[in-house]
Design a protein around this ligand. Sequence first.
Ligand SMILES: Nc1ncnc2c1ncn2[C@@H]1O[C@H](COP(=O)(O)OP(=O)(O)OP(=O)(O)O)[C@@H](O)[C@H]1O
Ligand SMILES: [Mg+2]
Length: 357
Amino acid sequence: MSDLKITGLHKYYGSFHAVKGIDLEVPSGEFTVLVGPSGCGKSTLLRTIAGLEETSEGTVEIGNKDVTWARPRDRDIAMVFQNYALYPYMNVFENIAFGLRARKFADAEINKRVHNAADMLGIGPLLKRLPRELSGGQRQRVAIGRAIVRDARLFLFDEPLSNLDAQLRDDMRVEIKRLHQELGRTMIYVTHDQIEAMTLADRIVLLRDGRIEQLGSPLDLFERPANLFVASFLGSPKMNFVPATLDGNTAILSDGTKLTLAGKRNGKAKQAVILGIRPQHIALSGKRVAIGHAQVKVTVELVQPTGSRVQVAFPLGGKSVVAELESRDVSKPGGKISIDIDMARAIVIDPQTEKVI
Ligand SMILES: Nc1ncnc2c1ncn2[C@@H]1O[C@H](COP(=O)(O)OP(=O)(O)OP(=O)(O)O)[C@@H](O)[C@H]1O
Ligand SMILES: [Mg+2]
């Protein structure tokens, strides 16, 4: 069963076309992440699902019920906004209980639900405090608590962690993932942070300019991007893009380097392409070259240690290419090293259409 089904959805703000025909079905219990650059329409899409924006065209179904014209409160949703506002003069308990009181739940039920949610979020001891007596991360948990006591069919999150510092973000990301596992609810989560998308999602919906560019599991999008945009959006450090001429199975770079692609290719003779190679798919050469790998000698230009790994930049085919190697592999710039490129995982892009071929 699907908890959410969006069909042919368009949204105009006056003459501005913000959402340009979205079809999306979210199975029950799935964690879906909407990700994409700023202004691509993530919040608009989420707000349309919530009923906070009017749909210009298309339908929204929640739990097999057409809610396109239903009020937000009749949609069986709970939402956490980027700028969650807590009531400053209510303590944590009352902030979490607010929606339940408004819906006239009995006191005993409110008590039970608030305590459950607070325990799950690790804010049980803070129920009597006022929002100003809490840290940013604790406040964030209260906002999430307010949503989860509702026990809605669909949970909508719009960049709920963007106000937190890096460490707290990491912690809260784990909390949200755990929460999803415990509640087993359908969640739709908006972020422009690709790491957040990769780590949280069962399925990623990558948006650009009001359209879906690609939809699939994080690994799907990472290993099999459909086009240049998807390939460059996901992954850190970014995928390397090197122009090449494709001749049969061989990609010839501008500096004459020849890289043999894995698998047969029957393209046009001598076709201009862009070769996409992830930094993680380059390693320092071992004693033997593995099948499907290409070995190249390069001169190290820049070394950036990240602790567990080291990012090494070197010129290749007229570009500065980055490889993510083991920390002990390279320590200084200037040296010559031999690298192995896993060509089975390289992608080939048509520069005209920007599609992976
Ligand atoms: N009320 C509005 N009136 C007119 N244009 C709007 C309105 N709300 C959003 N837009 C425009 O619609 C587009 C999509 O906005 P939206 O807020 O959905 O982007 P977003 O993907 O959430 O971006 P961000 O990551 O910055 O939050 C933007 O170009 C924005 O300027
Ligand atoms: Mg937004």
